[in-house]
Design a protein around this ligand. Structure first.
Ligand SMILES: O=C(O)CCC(=O)C(=O)O
Length: 258
């Protein structure tokens, strides 16, 4: 109990918790190879082939529904949690950086209640483009610039508002994950190694929240991570109250542009 209270208060205060280990029964090498085999040929520039594969790939679903992840996300969002989005992030040898951004600005979800989990499928560090974060930035609404073409990442923070000297690199072993507030400023550096860096991002919310496809048009089905008897709308109200208190809720319409 003490441990879980610490975990939640760390999440609320820093906007991130971890790295934490996945459940021991999850064989990360096997799952990674299955994912790579299935997404072969899909790169970050062809994101739709890498998005929401928890719907059809068992290996992606197994990771997204890991009891270790469910346990943490439930402590943050409450016991009734749904998986609503996932993306495989491939960073090939020599590949680009991902610019500083806050996810909540682009999420096709209303109300904007979402927790992001970043799962390392290989060891990650500064050499191969690990995640970088600015802790405590989840309290701020950072202005973002629109992307100039389809090949650019979906959005980037206006760097006048980002103090990169506060950035922390999140070094992780394959099979570890971090849980982030969807308002936490994050980025990742270039991959300077000859090997691919691969990660899985999964996103969770609560029943009753409306979630849409990548273009923010079609309502999407969600996958329950747990169930409880509380009604969806009661859970939404409770989570809105919690998120507002924690300063993590943005009520504006989903403005996702993929
Ligand atoms: O995996 C990465 O390099 C960055 C992922 C990311 O920025 C995101 O999930 O929004």
């Amino acid at each position: 109990m003490q441990q879980s209270q610490q975990l939640v208060s760390e999440f609320r205060s820093l906007g991130i918790v971890g790295p934490l280990p996945l459940t021991e029964t999850e064989d990360i090498d096997k799952l990674r190879n299955e994912i790579l085999f299935a997404v072969n040929g899909q790169t970050s520039e062809s994101l739709p082939g890498l998005a929401n594969r928890h719907r059809d790939l068992e290996a992606v679903r197994t990771l997204c529904l890991s009891p270790a992840i469910a346990n943490v996300v439930k402590q943050i969002l409450g016991s009734d949690v749904v998986l609503w989005n996932s993306v495989v992030f491939r960073k090939k040898a020599g590949a680009f950086s991902i610019p500083w951004h806050q996810d909540y600005q682009f999420l096709p979800i209303q109300p904007n209640i979402s927790v992001t989990v970043w799962i390392a499928l290989v060891n990650v560090n500064d050499n191969n483009g690990c995640l970088r974060v600015i802790t405590k930035s989840h309290g701020q609404d950072i202005p973002h610039l629109p992307r100039q073409n389809e090949r650019q990442f979906r959005g980037r923070a206006d760097m006048h508002y980002v103090n990169t000297k506060d950035a922390v690199s999140v070094t992780m072993k394959a099979g570890e994950f971090v849980v982030m507030d969807s308002k936490l400023l994050h980025s990742s550096g270039p991959n300077m190694t000859p090997y691919e860096r691969i990660a899985l991002v999964s996103r969770y919310t609560i029943p009753g929240v409306e979630t849409y496809d990548l273009r923010g048009l079609k309502p999407q089905e969600v996958i329950p991570v747990t169930s409880s008897s509380a009604s969806g709308s009661a859970r939404v109200s409770a989570a809105i109250a919690r998120a507002t208190t924690a300063g993590t809720l943005d009520d504006s319409a989903a403005n996702f542009v993929q």
